[in-house]
Design a binder for this molecule. Structure first.
Ligand code: AFP
Length: 344
């Protein structure tokens, strides 16, 4: 069988995808090279002194591990010089990362989580890099884009994807024409098409949630989770429970096998409810991918792609996966009047 690389695939589908311009291809090429460098470090993490904490704390108040820092630096360093971006935002940086000064600028905006699932780094469990790409809105004048230009409605994404560093390294991405998966062949150093036009099963068999938060959920959320464990659900028997704690890995498994990943809002000490996952660099890109694969993504009720972020590191409740399962959660949330969902 003829092997197709990501770039060839993009060029082959150029007519179908308005994003497959030379500039967009350069952007993906830089992302791919960065991911290969990260993958190399991840696989030798047990061998060299890259494990453990750096001693720093990131904007989320979490301790930064050395591999997170490495991944973040690689992406910023390579993409900043790509000549096709005007701004970047990383989960690890509080503010926008401007592409200014003497560096060439383009009109794409890249938002990424450099190493998602970092609590799994030291224990050899799959982790990933998530990316989301927007175009700078037209006629906004010269210079670096403002935060308002970056915080676009999530359905304005022109591409999104992830790299998963697991038993193999894979890239899964969409430009709005289906979802395609490529596996890194280390012998040639290329991502080769292995999963063309991925579709998530209509009906899942797996639910993924950190159930230790049960006591922090509101009654509607508890009812939704209980549905997946009951014998009176769409399957007539309990779903299987699988939870890795790396969004990329949990999402990827459910995309292939069918299922729902949930990170519901938790009650905070002040009595209000909030999600944990970040809208711009986690929920929105996964929502774009899953919809392109025939699935759904909501905050329990509202479509994630209808959100317009109000801040860079905004957090949302997140329910993503097979359409039947995400719809069922929505019905339960609406019927039981969950007060964890914004605007519900
Ligand atoms: P880390 O990158 O800090 O490990 O967080 C991972 C993550 O953002 C996402 O990948 C997981 O699905 C989720 O958090 C796990 O959170 P809990 O540990 O609260 O279940």
């Amino acid at each position: 069988m003829r092997q197709v690389t990501v770039t060839e695939h993009l060029l082959l589908h150029q007519k179908k995808s308005p994003m497959a311009t030379g500039r967009f291809t350069s952007l993906l090429t830089e992302l791919i090279l960065s991911a290969k460098l990260i993958s190399r470090e991840v696989t030798k993490a047990g061998l060299v002194d890259v494990l453990g904490f750096t001693g720093e704390t990131n904007v989320q108040g979490e301790k930064v591990r050395k591999l997170d820092e490495f991944a973040n630096n690689v992406l910023i360093h390579r993409l900043r010089r790509s000549g096709v971006l005007c701004a970047m935002a990383s989960e690890e940086n509080g503010d926008l990362i401007q592409v200014s000064g003497d560096l060439p600028q383009g009109d794409y905006i890249l938002i990424f989580d450099p190493l998602d699932g970092s609590s799994n780094i030291d224990v050899n469990v799959s982790i990933g890099t998530i990316f989301s790409i927007y175009r700078r809105p037209l006629h906004k004048g010269p210079g670096s884009p403002s935060l308002a230009e970056v915080l676009q409605r999530c359905d304005k994404q022109v591409a999104a994807g992830y790299f998963i560093y697991g038993s193999s390294t894979m890239m899964v991405y969409t430009t709005g024409n289906g979802v395609h998966g490529f596996t890194l062949d280390p012998s040639v150093g290329e991502f080769l098409l292995s999963h063309p036009d991925m579709k998530i099963p209509e009906q899942g068999r797996i639910y993924s949630v950190n159930e230790s938060y049960w006591n922090y959920w509101d009654p509607a959320t508890k009812e939704a989770i209980a549905y997946f464990k009951s014998t009176e659900n769409a399957l007539g028997k309990p779903y299987s429970s699988r939870y890795i704690g790396s969004l990329v890995a949990d999402f990827h498994r459910n995309l292939l096998y069918g299922g729902i990943f949930m990170y519901p809002a938790k009650r905070r000490p002040d009595g209000t409810y909030a999600g944990k996952l970040r809208l711009t660099c986690e929920a929105a890109p996964m929502a774009f991918i899953v919809e392109q694969a025939g699935g759904l993504a909501t905050d329990g009720v509202n479509r994630i792609l209808d959100y317009t972020p109000t801040e860079l590191h905004q957090r949302v409740p997140f329910f993503v996966g097979s359409p039947n399962d995400v719809r069922t959660v929505r019905e339960i949330m609406l019927r039981s009047g969950s007060d964890t969902v914004p605007g519900n």
